[in-house]
Design a protein around this ligand. Structure first.
Ligand code: TYD
Length: 215
């Protein structure tokens, strides 16, 4: 059945994955398809997406940044997210836009819990406080071995990209666990393929999820 663009109204889609997995490229391709179909689409990235969020992003991940205390790091990501939800995501969903977001609360679970080792209860509580329990309708996980992702991301990265390989392996495994624990929300995409293939598959998943409605 041909997708009805109405099905995608008010749909919240997030893109997750490790470094260099192609999230930003995929998001741009999906937004272009959605706009070509005449949809009202809002894109955002985390941390960032608002004036405050972008300032927090550069304070945290700016060129000379080094790894902060893990709890401070957790709370900065959460503060940026709370502002993004209040200022951008909620209003966009309320007016019926399709929202595509590059990273969201699952990044915090993957990086600050699985990567850094902060307790899951702490991370869940902070995520709930930051999002007001707003959960994506669909989350696309771009899966790629960290060696390949870090190679693609290049050398001059922020402090997170300079974490050791074991950290990035924990993040990847953590994402896998999250996807397995909530299969109705997550779709895992093999990020070793070309951008065009990824965009075709991801768009198909978005349309299917919207047609099926809330899980
Ligand atoms: P970014 O340059 O956006 O990385 P990428 O291009 O891989 O998305 O930087 C975001 C970095 O912050 C990335 O290393 C993941 C990390 N991060 C967390 O650790 N926790 C979070 O909650 C978020 C949103 C990002």
């Amino acid at each position: 059945m041909a997708p009805s663009t109405g099905d995608l109204a008010g749909c919240f889609v997030t893109i997750e994955g490790g470094e260099g997995t192609g999230k930003t490229t995929l998001l741009a391709a999906l937004a272009e398809r959605a706009r070509a179909k005449g949809l009202d689409v809002v894109t955002c990235r985390e941390p960032g997406g608002t004036a405050l969020g972008e300032r927090l992003r550069s304070a945290l991940l700016g060129a000379d940044g080094s790894a902060p205390d893990p709890r401070a790091e957790l709370l900065v990501f959460a503060a940026a997210r709370a502002q993004l939800v209040a200022e951008v995501v909620r209003p966009a969903l309320d007016r019926g836009a399709l929202v595509l977001c590059d990273r969201y609360a699952d990044s915090t679970t993957a990086y600050q819990h699985y990567g850094r080792g902060l307790p899951r209860e702490t991370v869940d509580a902070v995520n709930a406080a930051a999002t007001g329990a707003l959960t994506p309708d669909l989350t696309l996980l771009l899966d790629l071995p960290p060696t390949e992702g870090l190679r693609r991301a290049g050398r001059a990265g922020d402090y997170m990209e300079r974490e050791d390989l074991a950290f990035h392996e924990r993040v990847r495994a953590g994402y896998g666990e999250l996807a397995r624990s909530e299969p109705e929300r997550w779709r895992v995409l093999d990020a070793s393929r070309g951008a065009g293939d990824m965009a075709d598959e991801a768009w198909g998943e978005i349309v299917r999820a919207a047609q099926l409605g809330p899980a």
